[in-house]
Design a protein around this ligand. Structure first.
Ligand SMILES: O=C(O)CC1=CCC(=O)O1
Length: 396
């Protein structure tokens, strides 16, 4: 256990991972501490040097005497980096941690290599909502709000499916010092980076848990749309804290965005599997994996690493854009099965039937009307089957 004196307080901080590798800093959310990152960090430690710490007034870190603000919390981060001798890092900021990350990218761009904004926004909540929460905690303590807050962190089924883990995270939350929690709520109440996020130049990946009610996917997307070139992705099957139940997906997305040419084969394979599952769906990948034999195992590994772990994992295009480009290429090449597979995947990539129809016009011009005509038939049939499957699912 390490404590670093930074910005006038003792901060509980740990450095893990590979010395000399690209540096990542994880910033925790309101009412949590560095332990929430455990499963994510374990998956990234072979490729990055990683700093996790308990935010001021949380976990084992001191609260200090000053009013807590986002600039003060950002000052804690730069002081920690100075103490470690780290000049430039990539940041993964969750919720209030994401506001601290935005502040650093706006006001200290020279220190920020890349940004992952996780379940966060330029403005979170309203003055009234934060005042109500502050009054509840001051009056009756954190226990009075823990059930509601904790259920917002995870997917609907998590508390029943994982009762011991849910209870453990609740203990972490309830152990947060009330003055630290209230101070962070005050910082959240005052913070608004709506106009300033447009000045962020660090390559940014914005992520939202599918079921997040505190910073909904729409809210996170709206912030991403204000940041030049930012990419937005939804992490399925989770709430406000994807690191608690979707650490594998989160680690793959972080690695895909922050990764470097130093990636190992293993991490590229893992990232590839995760992207492949997110795009083609769990059922498809499970079927394909079950069908692997020694004959095609090297080939399967090659496409997982090469197509999914290298190209599809890149951050420049959105998944929707990659989906459109891929369908157009497959149509031009007359790859019927693959056209159908990638049209089915549009349910996960966000490409619409209109996007596909538009792409096939390009195929008609650049690859020929017969190729486009044939692909249109396949796409039409596939979209119709998808609608039936959806209706059957809804009727069940
Ligand atoms: O505590 C919550 O309900 C969600 C949240 C808002 C800001 C943050 O860090 O977490």
């Amino acid at each position: 256990m390490a404590f670093i004196t930074a910005n006038g307080i003792a901060i509980h901080a740990e450095v893990e991972g590979r010395a000399g590798a690209p540096r990542l800093v994880f910033l925790n959310s309101l009412g949590s501490d560095r332990r929430i990152w455990g499963e994510t960090v374990a998956r990234l430690a072979s490729r990055f040097q990683i700093l996790t710490f308990d935010q001021r007034g949380h976990g084992l870190s001191e609260t200090g005497a000053e009013p807590i603000t986002i600039p003060l919390l950002a000052g804690d981060v730069t002081a920690l980096l100075n103490a470690l001798g780290w000049s430039r890092v990539s940041l993964v900021g969750l919720s209030i941690g994401g506001l601290i990350a935005q502040h650093l990218a706006i006001h200290h761009p020279e220190r920020v290599e890349r940004l992952v904004l996780l379940d966060t926004a330029a403005r979170i909540g309203s003055v009234d909502s934060w005042n109500a929460r502050i009054a509840a905690v001051r009056g009756e303590g954190l226990k009075s709000i823990s059930e509601t807050v904790l259920r917002g962190w995870v997917s609907e089924g998590f508390p029943a499916a994982q009762p011991a883990r849910f209870a453990a995270w609740r203990r972490m939350f309830e152990a947060t010092p009330a003055e630290g929690y209230v101070g962070a709520c005050e910082a959240l109440r005052e913070a608004d980076y709506t106009d300033l996020v447009a000045t962020i130049r660090a390559p940014t990946l914005a992520l939202a848990g599918e079921g997040d009610r505190a910073t909904t996917p729409d809210l996170v997307r709206a912030t991403a749309e204000r940041i030049p070139g930012a990419r937005f992705e939804v992490i399925p099957g989770t709430g406000h804290l994807p690191c608690l139940e979707r650490a594998e997906d989160l680690a793959a997305l972080v690695a895909g965005h922050v990764g470097t040419s130093e990636d190992t084969e293993t991490s590229r394979f893992e990232a590839g599997m995760s992207v492949r599952r997110a795009v083609l769906g769990e059922a498809h990948v499970n079927r394909a994996t079950a069908a692997i034999t020694p004959f095609d195992a090297p080939f399967q590994r090659f496409i997982t690493e090469g197509a999914w772990g290298s190209v599809w994992a890149r951050s420049h295009f959105t998944r929707r854009e990659r989906s459109i480009v891929t369908i157009a290429l497959l149509a031009a090449l007359g790859q019927d099965d693959e056209v159908a597979m990638h049209v089915r995947a549009t349910a996960n990539t966000g490409a619409s039937p209109e996007d596909v129809a538009e792409a096939l016009l390009h195929v008609a011009v650049y690859a020929g009307v017969p190729a486009a005509n044939h692909a249109i038939k396949i796409a039409k049939t596939t979209f119709t089957e998808m609608t039936w499957t959806e209706r059957e699912g809804a009727a069940r």
